[in-house]
Write a protein that binds this ligand. Structure first.
Ligand code: NAP
Ligand code: SF4
Length: 679
């Protein structure tokens, strides 16, 4: 008896049956943009089909040139492009999977000068002002969607998904925010919604009854002048009547200032909105966003809130997600921590997507963890992200691994990150590695600070030093004052500080520490009602766009916080592309006072003495000062081994111990994995 009966139950669509309720949602990987990457794209999807996913959706393909996301980006509009897609569809079908092509017209979100939209109004996140589509241009665009769907059918796809959410062209045509037209495509909601309804109606007529059409409906726009709940339901019913097979849930326009996918968004945060639409339609509806474990997915299906679950990033993180749920080993799932660091941050900077916790994602043909023909004795010293990745990949390949850890638990920087409210998912990565250590019979030596002598006297073939970093302590007079604490000391002991705190250093960790200090008690990420209030999400269905701009529900910070940096540049510039704005917005909401151009003069009983821009002197009368001034590599063991081990074994240095300046779990895990794949 499986623990996930609803998740694993087939879904009969009338003309075809999906083997379970897992859909791999659309995710642009960058591989779609160039024909020479289609072998890689095929391998990427084939691996996920093999992993048990019932149905997958490709990244977005534009139906015409104006609809491209970027110049010469992915597009399916000509029969000459069909053959390359056959590589993808045949590879997926060979593994027993099904796949739909997503048709996405970017509208004014396109990053090129030929962009078009409902009206000639630039989006706040775009570089290019769009040209307003003429009435006949609208007609031609609708036909281009159908043509693209016909080409997808010819390429062997099982269906298409019409991207009708996230603020792309269809959203732009639907909403008064962006549609100021006076022709038959503007004005009343009936007029505006004809665009998506006609797309689906003509597409169904073109492809016949036995082809999946998923319509990605914006169930919550999260922007001013977005759709009302009534309009969303009216559209869902019209889309069903026009011939869609299923409806997928899209949440938030890209220009929305409410987070929808980052790690601090509670799991399954928007399923309530999916459920409202489900109650008004009879075709299956798919729930999406921040669903990453089989337990959460099963609960949604069992309580009849949705008929299917969409996950994109979780299947980048673990292509075998479904098989592991099916085989009763969910604890072995490599959970997506919703960091965006290697997937969306790459996509939005035109780099090939991958995954922080799974560097093989989108590199299936290049990075292989093959069983070793000559098992070796491998020592890994340090169990942070780099050491864990190296140890477990080596163990998976059949090497005999011993993992040394000076503290009483594994995880390193991951363990610290997990203490930040909104970063609870990092516990999952530690859980995953804990299980792999058992699975691959890795000898784990906790509370064991390995010395060079220790290692030299054992007969290892390969020694991997991943001893990490130590927090940098700047040389400010009074740095040893009792008010001062390092971020490591603060987070590892989960200390509660006084009512006024200064944070020295405004990098990623300075921001994290401010978020830690802004919350006392339960993390809003673990309390959906609180989180909705904090970000102004209206679940009552009375406010347009689902947005409550009154600011009434905001939780005040329990303490006054100063965030300081020596630079005079904008705060938070080093934060990641797709998540940095969330951290900046949160600290602004919490009224954290940011002071740049700071010179730290001294610390004493009066507090932190600073000079700002070499002009203004201030004493910040604070109870505590948290130092987040970067890190320094801990590589003395490596140097000792290099000096004393001779040629007894190969010595490798990875992670923060190798490069503290770029302390970054993405680099650490990739470096550890590549090294272990090659020994
Ligand atoms: P960081 O980004 O390098 O920031 C260190 C901060 O300390 C800087 O703001 C720097 O600013 C200041 N600083 C450096 N030397 C100093 C000194 N001697 N005295 C006083 N201030 C000094 O390092 P981090 O915050 O430790 O983060 C490390 C890495 O972790 C990042 O690169 C990031 O990849 C990752 N991370 C990211 C996030 C996120 O994006 N949310 C969260 C956590 C960690 P000034 O020189 O201007 O004072
Ligand atoms: Fe998830 Fe981060 Fe991997 Fe993206 S990079 S799939 S968000 S774990």
């Amino acid at each position: 008896m499986t623990a996930y009966p609803h998740l694993l139950e087939p879904l009969d669509l009338g003309f075809t049956t999906l083997k379970n309720r897992v859909l791999m949602g659309s995710m642009h990987t960058g591989l779609e943009d160039n024909f020479w990457n289609f072998d890689r794209l095929a391998a990427y999807f084939a691996e996920r089909a093999k992993g048990g996913v019932a149905l997958m959706v490709t990244g977005g393909f534009a139906p015409n040139r104006a609809g491209e996301l970027s110049p010469f980006g992915s597009r399916l509009s000509s029969k000459f492009q069909v053959n390359r897609h056959k590589k993808v569809t045949s590879a997926v079908h060979k593994e027993g999977g099904k796949i739909c092509l997503q048709i996405l017209h970017a509208g004014r979100y396109g990053y090129h000068p030929f962009v078009v939209s409902a009206s000639a109004k630039k989006s706040p996140i775009s570089l290019f002002k769009p040209r307003q589509l003429s009435s006949s241009g609208v007609e031609r665009t609708i036909d281009d969607y159908s043509k693209s769907a016909k080409l997808a059918q010819a390429a062997g796809y099982d269906g298409v998904e019409v991207m009708g959410s996230e603020g792309y062209l269809i959203s732009q045509m639907l909403n008064k925010r962006t549609n100021h037209r006076t022709d038959e495509w503007g004005g009343s909601y009936e007029n505006r919604m004809r665009f998506p309804v006609e797309i689906v109606r003509r597409m169904r007529a073109a492809v016949g009854p036995k082809f999946i059409i998923i319509y990605r409906l914006s169930i919550l726009d999260l922007v001013e002048q977005g759709s009302s709940e009534e309009e969303i339901i009216q559209l869902a019913q019209a889309i069903e009547a026009a011939g869609a097979t299923m409806i997928n849930s899209g949440i938030g326009w890209h220009e929305a200032r409410v987070p929808t996918i980052v790690t601090s968004v509670p799991r399954a945060a928007f399923v309530w909105a999916t459920q409202k639409v489900k109650e008004a339609i009879s075709i299956p509806i798919i729930a999406s966003n921040r669903i990453n474990t089989p337990d959460v997915a099963e609960e949604i299906l069992a309580s009849d809130k949705a008929d299917m679950i969409s996950m994109a990033r979780p299947l980048l993180a673990d292509p075998d997600w479904v098989n592991k749920a099916q085989n009763g080993t969910p604890e072995e799932i490599n959970i997506c921590i919703a960091c965006n660091q290697a997937c969306l941050d790459h996509t939005f900077t035109y780099k090939r997507a991958s995954c922080l916790v799974n560097p093989r994602a989108c590199h299936e043909l290049e990075l292989l963890y093959l069983p070793t023909q000559s098992p070796k004795k491998v020592a890994v010293i340090g169990s942070g992200p780099a050491g864990l990745a190296a140890a477990t990949v080596a163990g998976q390949r059949g090497h005999k691994v011993t993992l040394f850890e000076a503290s009483d638990k594994i995880g390193g920087q991951f363990g610290l990150a997990a203490q930040i409210p909104g970063k609870e998912e990092f516990h999952e990565s530690i859980r995953y590695y804990t299980n792999l250590i058992k699975k691959y019979d890795i000898e784990l030596k906790l509370n064991h600070r390995a010395t060079a002598q220790d290692i030299i006297t054992r007969n290892f073939d390969e020694v991997i030093v991943a001893t990490g970093v130590a927090p940098r302590l700047p040389s400010i007079p009074g740095i040893n004052h009792e008010k001062v604490i390092s971020y490591q000391g603060l987070l590892s002991a989960q200390k509660v500080l006084g009512k006024t705190v200064a944070v020295v250093g405004a990098g990623g960790i300075g921001y994290d520490v401010c978020e830690y200090l802004c919350v006392e008690g339960k993390s809003p990420t673990l309390d959906l009602d609180e989180w909705n209030k904090e970000w102004g999400i209206d679940t009552s269905g009375t406010l347009r766009g689902g947005l409550d701009l009154s600011g009434d529900g905001l939780l005040e910070s329990p303490r006054k916080i100063y965030l300081l940096q020596r630079k005079t540049s904008t705060f938070g510039k080093s934060l990641n592309k797709t998540t940095g704005w969330v951290h900046r917005a949160l600290l602004k909401k919490k009224q954290v006072e940011m002071i740049g151009g700071v010179n730290y003069n001294k610390i004493d009983d009066d507090g932190l003495h600073i000079t700002i821009n070499e002009q203004e002197s201030r004493v910040l009368d604070v109870d505590h000062i948290v130092i987040c001034a970067g890190q320094e590599s801990q590589r003395s063991l490596y140097d000792d081994l290099k000096a004393n081990a001779g040629d007894r074994f190969n010595i490798h240095l990875i992670g923060g111990a190798d490069l503290a300046a770029e302390l970054d779990a993405k680099r650490a895990i990739k470096q550890g994995s590549i090294l272990a794949a090659g020994i």
